[in-house]
Design a protein around this ligand. Structure first.
Ligand code: S0N
Length: 266
């Protein structure tokens, strides 16, 4: 596959995946998601690879979710790609791929991890963050949500109350705050992030691959029911995107104005 949105390299048993759309803070479009799925599957298939790392290009952002500038470009309100009948992005497929690849995945969070970008790091096995990174959900501000892994699995990690706060208030949290919540494993100075990520990857590579695979499957089994919730979530999101309420959220962001959801309370 010709990669335009993602950088991909394999170095000494580590598959390194980088979302490469820094001009939009590494927001993803349909093609980005397709490339991410492809690279994760390539790493899955390659027996020389024992661990995968995921990061974003540049110093500003890890990933800030769906590209609002691409949303609705072809007439509908969705992202105009992916499999038919969905939201136009194969996000659910990507989430499953990250969960099911039988190798640990480390999110190396170099900046903003917001919205669907935040969900990506939540789903990764481990998260190492730069001390400058910022985390949060923004769906209710822009007329969107991830009511699957993005909320139900998040609640398993940080607890119900905190997960509800994160989604209902859409605040941003520092890397240290996320470490205190159990949402980030390690915080390092920004200029040491790449090396700290490689160091953990090398430590993982020393371990039994079969033991790691079975541990990952075991951790996954306990939250496997969220897959069903995720399908319901994405199915309902596809319908929600086709409403003026969702459209108002997207337009307010793009027009850099305050959002007006009041009229939808009638
Ligand atoms: C990241 C934020 C907080 C950075 O703020 P800051 O520093 O003030 O910079 P900005 O000037 O706002 O941004 C810099 C440039 O980057 C562009 N940009 C930023 N985010 C996006 C984006 N998502 N899509 C397209 N472009 C983006 C800005 O436009 C700006 O460029 P210029 O100057 O040329 O206009 C701040 O930017 C922010 O809050 N961004 C929006 C984040 C967001 O709302 N993401 C989508 C959130 N969606 C959800 O949460 C839905 C749930 C979900 O997880 C999901 C599930 C399934 C499928 C899709 C999604 C999904 O993510 O949509």
């Amino acid at each position: 596959m010709e990669l335009t949105d993602v950088l991909y390299e394999k170095v000494d048993g580590i598959a390194k995946i980088t979302i490469n759309r820094p001009q939009v803070y590494n927001a993803f479009r349909a093609k980005t998601i397709e490339e991410l799925i492809w690279t994760f599957r390539d790493a899955w298939d390659d027996n020389r690879i024992g661990v995968v790392t995921l990061t974003g290009s540049g110093e500003k952002a890890f990933c800030v979710g769906g590209d609002q500038k691409e949303k609705g470009n072809e007439g509908g309100y969705d992202y105009s790609g992916g499999l038919g009948g969905g939201i136009g992005l194969e996000v659910e497929n990507l989430h499953q791929t990250i969960r099911n690849i039988p190798k640990p995945v480390i999110a190396s969070v170099n900046g903003f991890a917001i919205g669907g970008g935040h969900v990506l790091h939540v789903i990764c096995d481990l998260t190492i963050a730069a001390d400058t990174a910022k985390f949060g959900q923004s769906g209710p501000k822009v007329g969107s949500y991830d009511a699957g892994f993005g909320s139900a699995y998040l609640a398993r990690i940080v607890g119900e109350k905190k997960a509800r706060e994160i989604w209902y208030l859409c605040e941003q949290y520092t890397a240290e705050e996320c470490k205190d919540m159990g949402l980030v494993n390690k915080v390092v100075p920004a200029n040491q992030l790449a090396e700290a990520t490689d160091e953990w990857a090398r430590k993982i590579l020393e371990k039994s691959p079969t033991a790691l695979k079975m541990l990952k499957y075991s951790f996954n089994a306990d939250s496997a029911n969220i897959q069903g919730i995720s399908q319901l979530s994405m199915g309902s999101l596809a319908m929600f995107y086709n409403t003026p309420e969702s459209e108002e959220g997207k337009n307010a962001f793009l027009e850099k104005r305050s959002v007006d959801f009041q009229k939808f309370r009638k």
